[in-house]
Design a protein around this ligand. Structure first.
Ligand SMILES: Cc1cc2nc3c(=O)[nH]c(=O)nc-3n(C[C@H](O)[C@H](O)[C@H](O)COP(=O)(O)OP(=O)(O)OC[C@H]3O[C@@H](n4cnc5c(N)ncnc54)[C@H](O)[C@@H]3O)c2cc1C
Length: 433
């Protein structure tokens, strides 16, 4: 059942977005009160926190999750819902940087992230409009060569679920006239992001985790052999803490702050289109993204809207409304939609790293995972599993991921972001050529 936000303010005090307006009814969870003792205290109720809580509870650990606002309040509730195969790197780039053996392990982990997510959705019957089928479209003829190289590299890894499509097919599949071909993948896909988060929350609770909303963590410090995590009204004494606050993580733990930076990303949902208009747009229930460094991504909603994301800013100037950013991108990709009504526009924070591989690590008994660089829908769910492995004594995959090179830059976000963006752009250029 879906309800509209106007009918459900009590249940959904989320910032306005298409996803908030079409979210399933979800109970609010109690604010943390008093003192609790647990094996694991998870801070943050997005995918990273929910996945960690779920995997830890399934491993028999006692878990409390503290969310400052509502489940899925952050990027997990507003993202494009694209379940993208791989890391935010080309497969050839992985081999060049990490060597064939480690690249193979990383490639397999990214596949596990996608499969694991769809299996979770199936196992817990999470109603989040999950659908398979993902297409990367080439925005320039040269980018088509990059996609050909990517296909070869995937096939060299034994991956058989991708194939190239030519320009006519790519244009036909997307309705976007300026595309030069594409890489179609049958394992990736898309979900309703907020309903995924809400469904993962229920699964975590059924596995035994206790979830608290409106429970913002203001401080954490070691006490004897435990960590004491404090909110305004309660405390948790935990053997291990998992920091999963997305763009806010750096505020609680400086090493995360040095390894990640956040930028504002934009999205929109058009008004409902007629069947005839929708028939000329994205087909076969595909999720689509293009090869631009500043990526555009889009898909159709179940109620005939084009859901479109694109455009990002280090900082939004006061006289630049979010609609202006996303509309110009949408109309450039779909000129036939010039002037289309946008019923919803919204923004969220994407955390990025210098290498575009996640920032995962630990400081004492505090673990963290962040910086998925725009590919967190699948990867954050896997990282929750990897963190649960480490917490229960199997460090092999945690060690691999936590030692991936990510530049740590001291100073504020405004210094880090341009540095990371420049390094990322250079690395992407090298991988593509
Ligand atoms: C507009 C947009 C589009 C995107 N599109 C895609 C896409 O299509 N595909 C893809 O793979 N990725 C996409 N992403 C990235 C993806 O959404 C993220 O990588 C992922 O959601 C990260 O999840 P998380 O749990 O780490 O962080 P978040 O979802 O941000 O969760 C962090 C949570 O911590 C809470 N919190 C913060 N501070 C505290 C505190 N002190 N105490 C308690 N709780 C706290 C917040 O309220 C929040 O709920 C997109 C992101 C954005 C913003």
């Amino acid at each position: 059942m879906t309800i509209r936000i106007a009918d459900a303010a009590h249940f959904h005090p989320y910032p306005p977005s298409y996803y908030a307006a079409t979210a399933h009814r979800s109970p609010s969870r109690p604010t943390l009160e008093g003192v609790k003792q647990v094996d694991v205290c998870v801070i943050g109720g997005g995918y990273t926190g929910l996945s960690t809580a779920l995997h830890c509870a399934e491993r028999g650990l006692s878990v409390v999750l503290l969310e400052g606002k509502r489940i899925g309040w952050g990027a997990s509730g507003v993202n494009g819902g694209q379940v993208m195969p791989g890391w935010n790197r080309t497969t050839r780039g992985l081999v060049q940087q990490f060597g064939p053996a480690q690249a193979r392990t990383l490639f397999a982990m990214a596949n596990e992230a996608v499969e694991g997510l769809f299996q979770r959705i199936e196992r817990h019957q999470i109603a989040c409009d999950a659908q398979r089928g993902h297409l990367i479209v080439a925005a320039t003829p040269a980018d088509m060569q990059m996609l050909e190289t990517e296909l070869e590299a995937r096939e060299a890894m034994g991956y058989v679920h991708s194939r190239l499509v030519d320009r006519d097919i790519a244009v036909g599949l997307t309705g976007a006239p300026q595309m030069y071909g594409g890489l179609l993948d049958t394992r990736g896909g898309h979900v309703h992001p907020l309903n995924l988060a809400l469904g993962l929350a229920v699964a975590a609770e059924l596995a035994g985790a206790r979830l608290h909303e409106d429970s913002r963590v203001v401080r954490m410090r070691p006490v004897a052999a435990r960590m004491l995590v404090e909110t305004l009204r309660g405390k948790v004494l935990a053997k291990n803490v998992v920091l999963a606050c997305g763009a806010q993580s750096g505020k609680l733990l400086e090493p995360v702050g040095r390894r990640t930076s956040a930028l504002t990303a934009f999205a929109a949902a058009t008004a409902q289109l007629s069947d005839k208009e929708a028939a000329g747009l994205v087909k076969d229930g595909l999720a689509v993204c293009d090869t631009r460094m500043s990526v555009n991504y889009f898909r159709m909603s179940p109620d005939n809207r084009l859901l479109f994301g694109g455009g990002e800013r280090y900082r939004l100037s006061a006289d630049e409304p979010a609609e202006a950013v996303v509309r110009s991108r949408l109309e450039a990709v779909f000129p036939q939609l010039e002037g289309v009504a946008l019923d919803y526009t919204w923004s969220g924070l994407v955390t990025v790293t210098s290498s575009r591989m996640p920032a995962v690590g630990r400081v004492g008994s505090v673990f963290y995972a962040d910086g998925y660089s725009g590919q967190g829908v699948a990867l954050s769910n896997l990282m929750g599993k990897v963190l649960s492995e480490a917490i229960t004594g199997d460090n092999s995959r945690f060690d691999l991921i936590s030692h991936l090179p990510n530049l740590a830059v001291p100073g504020g976000r405004w210094l880090r972001l341009p540095i990371f963006a420049a390094i990322g752009a250079l690395a992407a250029f090298r991988e593509a050529h």
